[in-house]
Structure formats: C-alpha cells, structure tokens
Design a protein around this ligand. Structure first.
Ligand SMILES: N[C@@H](CCC(=O)N[C@@H](CS)C(=O)NCC(=O)O)C(=O)O
Length: 305
C-alpha cells in the first residue's frame, strides 16, 4: 500500500496495524490545520479540493458535509479508483477516477507536496489548498467541522446539542465506525469476539434511542447522524459479510432501517452513496480476508422507499 517517511514515498505495505493481541489500532491523523475566517486558510469557494474514495467511510463524511452544506459548487473532488493497489489509492488519466486538481496518478504524490516532510499513512480524505499548495487536513472529523466556516446550510453542531453530539460521537466512533474495522481486521478470536460484541451493543443502543426521536439527538439532523450514516450504508452490503459483522443486518433493526432510509432520502445524500462500489472495495483482494478477490453477487437491498 505504501507509506511516506520524511516526505519520501516507500512502496512497502505497512499492514493494517494490529497490536500483539491481534487487535486493530487505527493511527491518528497528523495533518490538522483548519479553515477559519481569520485565515490563513480562509473559506473561499474554488480554493479547496477533496481527495476521497467512494468506498471509504471517513471520506464519505466529508462528501456528506459538502453535499448537505451546499458546497458542491465551492469544493471540487477527485475520486480514487475503488480498489487500492500496491501503490495505494490511484487515479486514472481520465474518466470518473481521474484527478482534475493536480493530475496525480497516486495519492502519495499529493502527500509528497506536504511541507515539512510527512511521515505516516497515505489516507483519504485529504483536503487540499490550491492557493498555498498544501494539505490543510487529513482528518475527516476535523474536515466535517471546519466546513461550517463557509457559513452555508444547516448548523450541524448547534451549541445547545454539543454535549449530546459529543456523547454519541464518543460511543459511535469506537463501537461502530471503527468497531466494524476492529472486527474485520482482528487477528485473534478474542479480538474479534470483543469487537463484534461492541458493534452490536452500539447498534442496539441506537435502535433504542430511535424509538423516541427521528434523529440521534432529537428532531434535527446533526453531525452525530452524519458520522453514523456512512457505516450504516456499508453495513449490509459489506461489513456483514466481509468483516464478519453478521449477528444481524441493519435491515433487521426496524427503527435503524427506517432511519437509514430517512437520511438516504435527504437532499444530496443519495449522490454520495454507491453500494456497488462499496462491495468492490471491501471485497478487493486481501491475503487475509479475501485472497481471490471474488466479489459476491448479493445482497440486493432496496433503499428506495
Ligand atoms: N483518521 C482518518 C482515517 C482515514 C482512513 O483510515 N482512510 C482509509 C480508507 S477507509 C485509508 O485511506 N487507508 C489507507 C492506509 O491506511 O494505508 C480520518 O478519519 O480521516
């Protein structure tokens, strides 16, 4: 997949990152500047570009924010080819997986322009600044929040709900968003058992909450819902099977399934979703999980009503 050390690309596979107990540990993002009205990164339409991959749930957060805040005309996007290669995330010379911003053929070329020399994983999403020619951030949680500086669309992090939003984010990130990866990348039975139990405990908790409200923190769609949705959208087509999160499907939770389709039908959201690409991405060849890279035909799930 490749990593970057002191600004230089090394074509060696860093592995998924498991500890001595076989538990997956996600590395923290390290490029964490911020768009603010005071600058130096000001909220100016046409200035920023997002490097994403359709199948990545963290990148999906940034695409959802861009769509929901009405920033599709203000921030441009490059979609990497859905299957990562030995060279990491790559781009075609033309077509839907080309890079209209810098014309790179691999994401590591974007990281290579970062000053001073970057050391770390080569992840999407990346928020690129055309003006200063550098990466503003490679942390999706920050990107979601900083896009509010453009002053468009609904407030996704309203003052009066911040404690509740933070509380849900604090449960959903470890238990579910990253929990499915902890189950899928586990390298011991114990690590898998623990992770999969937490995934379904978190889903049960959300199902109970949705009995009394339309969205996680009440009647308004907030950042907590935005961060939950990418995992729900991938669950039945990918995590259920590819990551062995198969105790239940989202379809089996009456309220969660209603809720997932409610969010899916919100203006702009559908444009950020591609179930076929999720399948191709999560079932791409992997020595440990899917050595032959065969993509299953199903399941066929109707999200339209
Ligand atoms: N903390 C990051 C995590 C992003 C992340 O892990 N992205 C994955 C794709 S789903 C990636 O690009 N992985 C490449 C690698 O780790 O080599 C964020 O939320 O922005």
């Amino acid at each position: 997949m490749g990593v970057m050390i002191d600004g230089r690309y090394r074509a060696e596979d860093p592995g998924v990152g498991t500890n001595e107990r076989g538990e997956f540990e996600r590395e923290a993002s390290t490029i964490r500047d911020w768009i603010t009205t005071d600058g130096p990164f000001r909220p100016e339409p046409g200035r920023y570009h997002l490097y994403v991959a359709w199948n990545c749930p963290w990148a999906h957060r940034s695409l959802l924010t861009r769509a929901i805040l009405g920033l599709e005309d203000a921030i441009t996007v490059s979609y990497a080819r859905p299957r990562r290669t030995a060279d990491g995330w790559v781009y075609d010379a033309e077509g839907p997986f080309a890079d209209p911003c810098l014309g790179v053929s691999a994401l590591h070329e974007v990281y290579a322009r970062q000053k001073p020399g970057y050391t770390g994983r080569l992840t999407v999403p990346v928020l690129w600044d055309r003006e200063t020619e550098q990466i503003v951030s490679n942390e999706s949680a920050d990107i979601v929040r900083m896009l509010s500086a453009f002053g468009r669309g609904p407030d996704l992090y309203p003052e009066d709900l911040r404690d509740e939003i933070d509380r849900w984010n604090g449960l959903i990130y470890p238990g579910l968003n990253n929990g499915v990866y902890r189950a899928g990348f586990a390298e011991t039975q114990e690590a898998y058992d623990k992770a999969v139990r937490e995934v379904f405990d978190t889903l049960d908790l959300i199902e109970a909450q949705l009995g009394s409200t339309d969205f996680l923190t009440g009647e308004r769609f907030t950042e907590a819902d935005l961060r939950l949705f990418p995992t729900l959208a991938r669950f039945d087509v990918a995590y259920h099977y590819a990551f062995k999160c198969n105790i239940r499907r989202i379809l089996d939770y009456p309220r969660l399934w209603l809720y997932a389709r409610r969010v899916y039908r919100m203006p702009g959201v559908m444009r950020t979703v591609d179930f076929e690409i999720y399948k191709r991405g999560y079932f791409s060849p992997s020595e440990k999980r899917n050595p032959l890279g065969i993509v299953p035909a199903g399941p066929l799930i109707d999200w339209s009503h």
